[in-house]
Design a protein around this ligand. Structure first.
Ligand SMILES: [Zn+2]
Length: 472
C-alpha cells in the first residue's frame, strides 16, 4: 500500500470487500480496501490500513459489506454495430449468414443506427461487468464513439475495412487500399484519445479474403506510425485457409501467409484464430500476436480453437463475445464459463480422455482482465487493481442463489458468476452502473429506440426472417 494524497482532489474509498487484484502476484485481499483519486487508484490494501490512513482525506467512504471487487472485464472482440441484428441469422448456413443477412444489414445502416446499436450493446456489456472493449470493425465509427462517450465506457474502436472480395453489396462499392487507410487516419485524428482518453482508434482488416496485400502492408505500416493496434478476423473457417492456399501460394492458411509477408506483429489482435496448426501457433507466439477467443461464436459457426496449445506456446489469449448475430449474448461472464467448459471438452474430443484440470478458473480470469489489457495494448492503465492504474472496476454481489455458498471465491467467479451478480461498474473513476442502474442513459428509452430502429433497418435492407413452427 502506498501513494501520496492531495487534499484538492476528489477521493473515494471502497472498503470491506474481497478484492481480486489480478496483479502480477495475483493478490486477493479477503477484507480489502481501495482508494480512488479522480480517475486513478492510489492505494490498495487491507481494509483497516486503508481506513486508518485515508479516511480523513476522503469525500466518500463506501462499505461493500463483503462483496467482491474486481478489475473491470475487457471484451476483446465485439461488433457493437451488429447489436440491432440480434436474431436475424440464427441457425442458417454461413453463406446465408453473410450474404443475405449481415451484409445487407450492415450496408443499410445509418450513423444513427450505429449509435443506437452501440448504446444497446454497451448497456449489455456494462451489465456483464465490462469496462473496456475492442470493436471488431463496424459501421460508422463516429456513431460508435458518440455512444461510448455517453455511456462512460472505454473502447478501441475500429472501422470495418475491405478493399476487395466477391458478393459485396453494390451500395458499399469497393474502396481502394489507399482510401481505406485515409479514412482510418481521419477517424484517428478525429476520435483518438477523446472522451477523457477513453476512446482509442485502431486499424481494421475484416478478413484476408477481403484484403489485398497492399491494404495489409499499408495497415501494418500506418498502425506502427500512429502507435495503435490492428483488429482482424483470422483463420475463422477451413475454406478461408483453402482460398489462401489456392490464391496466395502457401502450404497452410492465413497465418502462414501473414507471417510470410511480415504482417504478424505485437500490435495485431487476431480474432478467433480457430484453424491454425502447430507451426502457425509458433508464429503467433514468436511475433507476439494477441488472440481473442470467442467460445460461443466458435461453437456456433467456426469450430474448436486450439487454446491449450496457444497457452502452452505462451500466446496471449483473451476472450470476446463476437457480435449479436453470431452469439446473441453479449455477456463476457457467459464467455468465461463457456471457455472453461469448451476447452475441457475439446480435450476429450482430441485426446479421448478427460482433463478437468485444464484451463483452471484463474487462467480464465486472466483472459478477461490482465491478458485482455495486453491484447488491447492498454496494460499500463487497466486490467488489474494496482496503484497508478485507472479506476476501472466492478462490484459483484456473491450473496444470491446463483453463487451461494462460496467456498472457493476464484472458481465461483468463473463457474457460478452470472451477469445478474454484477451490481456496480466504475470506469475511469466514474460509476457507469450503480446498484444495477445504468447511470448515463435511460435504459428503457434505449431499448424502445432500438426496437424501432432495428425494425426499420431490416425493412430497408429487405431482410425477412422465415417463420418457424406454427405461428398463429
Ligand atoms: Zn467478429
Amino acid at each position: 500500500m502506498n501513494g501520496a494524497t492531495d487534499m484538492n482532489n476528489s477521493q473515494l474509498i471502497l472498503h470491506n470487500a474481497l478484492i481480486v487484484t489480478m496483479d502480477t502476484e495475483l493478490h486477493v485481499f479477503l477484507n480489502g480496501g481501495i482508494v480512488i483519486e479522480n480517475d486513478r487508484i492510489i492505494a490498495v490494501g487491507q481494509s483497516s490500513d486503508i481506513i486508518r490512513q485515508y479516511s480523513s482525506n476522503s469525500q466518500e467512504i463506501i462499505d461493500l459489506h463483503g462483496q467482491f471487487l474486481l478489475p473491470g472485464f475487457i471484451n476483446t472482440h465485439v461488433h457493437t454495430s451488429q447489436q440491432l441484428a440480434r436474431g436475424i441469422a440464427d441457425d442458417v448456413d454461413l453463406l446465408t449468414w453473410l450474404h443475405h443477412r449481415i451484409w445487407p444489414y450492415e450496408s443499410n445502416m445509418t450513423e444513427e443506427d450505429s449509435y443506437i446499436s452501440t448504446l444497446l450493446c454497451g448497456i449489455e456489456l456494462i451489465h456483464s461487468g465490462v469496462t473496456c472493449f475492442a470493436e471488431a470493425g463496424g459501421q460508422h465509427v463516429s456513431g460508435m464513439a458518440k455512444a461510448v462517450e455517453l455511456l462512460g465506457l472505454r473502447a478501441c474502436l475500429t472501422e470495418s475495412i475491405m478493399d476487395s472480395g466477391e458478393g459485396l453489396p453494390s451500395s458499399w462499392g469497393v474502396r481502394t487500399a489507399d482510401e481505406c487507410i485515409q479514412s482510418q487516419k481521419e477517424l484517428h485524428k478525429k476520435h483518438n484519445n477523446t472522451a477523457d482518453g477513453r476512446i482509442r482508434i485502431w486499424f481494421g482488416i475484416r478478413q484476408i479474403m477481403n484484403s489485398t496485400d497492399r491494404l495489409l502492408l499499408a495497415t501494418r505500416d500506418a498502425s506502427k506510425q500512429l502507435k495503435t493496434g490492428i483488429h482482424m478476423h483470422v483463420a475463422e473457417i477451413p475454406s478461408e485457409n483453402e482460398v489462401v492456399m489456392q490464391t496466395r501460394e502457401v502450404d497452410h492458411g492465413t497465418v502462414t501467409y501473414l507471417e510470410k509477408i511480415k504482417f504478424l506483429t505485437s500490435n495485431l489482435l487476431a480474432a478467433h484464430s480457430v484453424w491454425v496448426n502447430e507451426k502457425e501457433i509458433g508464429f503467433l507466439s514468436s511475433c507476439g500476436v494477441k488472440v481473442s477467443h470467442c467460445p460461443a461464436a466458435a461453437m456456433r459457426m467456426l469450430g474448436f480453437a486450439p487454446i491449450r496449445e496457444m497457452l502452452d506456446a505462451n500466446v496471449c489469449v483473451s476472450l470476446g463475445t463476437d457480435g449479436a448475430p453470431s452469439n446473441n449474448r453479449m455477456s463476457i461472464v457467459d464467455e468465461m464459463y463457456l471457455a472453461s467448459l469448451i476447452n475441457k471438452g475439446r480435450e476429450v474430443y482430441t485426446n479421448g480422455t478427460t482433463n478437468p484440470k485444464l484451463l483452471p478458473a484463474e487462467s480464465v480470469l486472466k483472459m478477461t482482465t490482465i491478458n485482455a489489457a495486453k491484447a488491447v495494448l492498454w496494460e499500463n492503465d487497466i486490467g488489474s487493481l494496482e496503484v497508478g492504474k485507472k479506476a476501472d472496476m466492478i462490484v459483484i454481489n456473491p450473496s444470491s442463489w446463483s453463487m451461494v455458498p462460496v467456498h472457493d471465491c476464484i472458481s465461483s467467479l468463473v463457474y457460478c458468476l452470472r451477469s445478474e451478480n454484477v451490481v456496480s461498474v466504475m470506469c475511469n473513476g466514474s460509476w457507469i452502473m450503480k446498484n444495477k442502474k445504468i447511470m448515463n442513459v435511460d435504459e428503457a428509452e434505449i431499448i424502445s429506440r432500438a426496437k424501432h430502429a432495428s425494425k426499420e433497418l431490416l425493412k430497408r435492407a429487405g431482410i425477412q426472417i422465415p417463420n418457424r413452427m406454427n405461428l398463429i
